[in-house]
Design a protein around this ligand. Structure first.
Ligand code: DCC
Length: 240
């Protein structure tokens, strides 16, 4: 991989490939390190009771931190160079990505017949006092439903998400999510997912049913062509 990280699917000397792999691993570790620091910042900023002068000092430090991070930015049509779209590596996914300050992150594992997830939501995700915002629950559920449909061999896009809030989701509490595909009808895939606490995994706090539609080839190309099929029109592809 080049230092700029623009191309790591290279074929060549094994030693060089190993070095590239190590470089990619190191960059992903650094992205995760920054993500961890940002998550701590976001959580502490949501919980802070510090006085105004301390908050202004912190704001100045954060503004300074944006300088090195902002130096090399990608465009919308470019995948992050640390990602592996087909391999399922999405470093900045806002639910699972270890590089995303927005992601709790949700850790997802593939299991027999479905997928399970775990995370703990801090005060930054608060909706009703002490409990998670309902939109955050829907976000987690949409993601794990998407994983379940993909893992079953029927990837698609969400066209409908029905969410039933049975009890509030507590913050600062280890959560367990699970999802499984319940029906496949041509391009339409239906899956069910739940949120519970780790302490009471059978007590369903939020239950969602998602309808996913598998994209036709022409739709996939129309929506994602530049990133799925890199060519000369794709600014994400290095031509140097
Ligand atoms: C391991 C790695 C993991 C990786 C895991 C990654 C997980 C990511 C999870 C995140 C998922 C997302 O957020 S996805 C982002 C949010 N979703 C979107 O932006 C999707 C926006 N929607 C669309 O672009 C479009 O609806 C398409 C392209 C998906 C489908 O369009 P289409 O092909 O024209 O579909 P269309 O003919 O209208 O409908 C096909 C069939 O579905 C039905 N249908 C369509 N919409 C609905 C609906 N809302 N409610 C009920 N039924 C519907 C129609 O009646 C029809 O049934 P019949 O007549 O055939 O019976």
């Amino acid at each position: 991989m080049t230092d700029s990280g623009r191309s790591y699917h290279t074929i060549g000397d094994p030693a060089e490939v190993e070095a590239e792999t190590e470089s990619l691993r190191d960059r992903r570790a650094a992205i995760t390190e920054l993500g961890d620091a940002l998550r701590t910042l976001v959580e502490q900023a949501a919980a802070t009771e510090a006085p105004a002068d301390e908050l202004r000092r912190a704001a100045a430090l954060v503004r300074e931190a944006t300088i090195p991070v902002g130096k090399q930015q990608r465009e919308r049509g470019q995948m992050p160079t640390a990602d592996d779209l087909l391999g399922g590596v999405r470093m900045y996914n806002p639910v699972c990505g270890s590089g995303s300050a927005l992601a709790p992150p949700l850790l997802i594992e593939l299991g027999a017949g479905g997928v399970t997830g775990s995370c703990t939501l801090g005060l930054a995700y608060e909706g009703p006092p002490m409990y998670a915002h309902g939109g955050v629950s829907a976000l987690l559920l949409d993601q794990i439903l998407g994983y379940a449909t993909s893992a079953s061999g029927h990837p698609g896009m969400t066209v409908r998400l029905d969410t039933e809030y049975r009890a509030p989701v507590p913050l600062q509490t280890e959560l367990r999510l699970s999802a499984e595909v319940v029906n496949v009808d041509g391009r339409k895939v239906t899956a069910r997912a739940t949120i519970a606490t780790a302490a009471e995994p059978d007590r369903e706090l939020v239950v969602a049913t998602g309808l996913f539609i598998a994209l036709r080839a022409d739709q996939a190309i129309r929506l994602f062509g530049t990133v799925l099929h890199p060519d000369a029109s794709n600014p994400a592809v290095a031509h140097d």
